[in-house]
Design a protein around this ligand. Structure first.
Ligand SMILES: [Mg+2]
Length: 197
């Protein structure tokens, strides 16, 4: 028997979730001197010429990491499995349209909806997720999020999403946060099979 609120849409994060990427975020934040603010929010508040200069630093790191990206083990089959179960897929990332297009093409991936930071909506605000609900005319109760970081959790919570799944080897780091954490796609897939089939 299916659960009453069967999931109809899965919102995926990209970096660290669909692909493994060599970002050193603490180092990037130090380099940009973000003063504990989310990077994109911090950059948007700057004045020129500092703004352009720092945006270019971020873009340089993103370009490097994107070129080095590899698919997360098992993720392609997992996405196929989700689609086979007639569940909508959305990719919501704070990365740029250019980098996302590069990765989707390189790894031959398709999502029903792709949202990048060019939308002007980014995590950790709920806005990109609210846009997904709107796009598919779905309630937050019908959507779940799969991510790898605190940003995904914060944004999902603000958007009222109850089912949050994190793929991260550092299980302990998320233990107190009331989300389900799995060390790899394999374990998450077992859980999803139980939830949606
Ligand atoms: Mg991520």
């Amino acid at each position: 028997m299916r659960e009453e609120s069967r999931i109809e849409c899965i919102i995926f994060d990209m970096d660290g979730t669909v692909v493994d990427v060599p970002y050193d975020w603490p180092q990037i934040k130090r380099e940009l001197d973000t003063q504990e603010k989310p990077i994109l929010n911090y950059l948007e508040e700057l004045n020129e010429p500092e703004r352009s200069k720092k945006w270019n630093i971020l873009k340089k790191h993103e370009k490097y990491a994107t070129q080095k990206a590899v698919l997360k083990n098992g993720i392609v089959n997992f996405i196929q499995f989700i689609k086979k179960n007639e569940i909508l897929t959305a990719l919501v990332t704070n990365n740029s349209k250019e980098n996302v297009a590069y990765l989707l093409k390189k790894f031959n991936l398709e999502f029903d909806l792709v949202m990048t930071r060019e939308s002007g909506l980014w995590k950790p605000s709920a806005d990109p997720f609210l846009k997904v609900f709107d796009h598919f005319s779905l309630s937050h109760k019908k959507c779940c999020v799969i991510g790898d970081s605190q940003f995904d959790i914060t944004a999902a919570r603000k958007a009222g999403i109850e089912k949050i799944f994190i793929i991260n080897k550092d299980i302990k780091a998320f233990k107190e946060k009331g989300v389900e954490v799995y060390p790899s796609v394999k374990e998450l897939r077992s859980r999803m099979t139980q939830m949606i089939s």
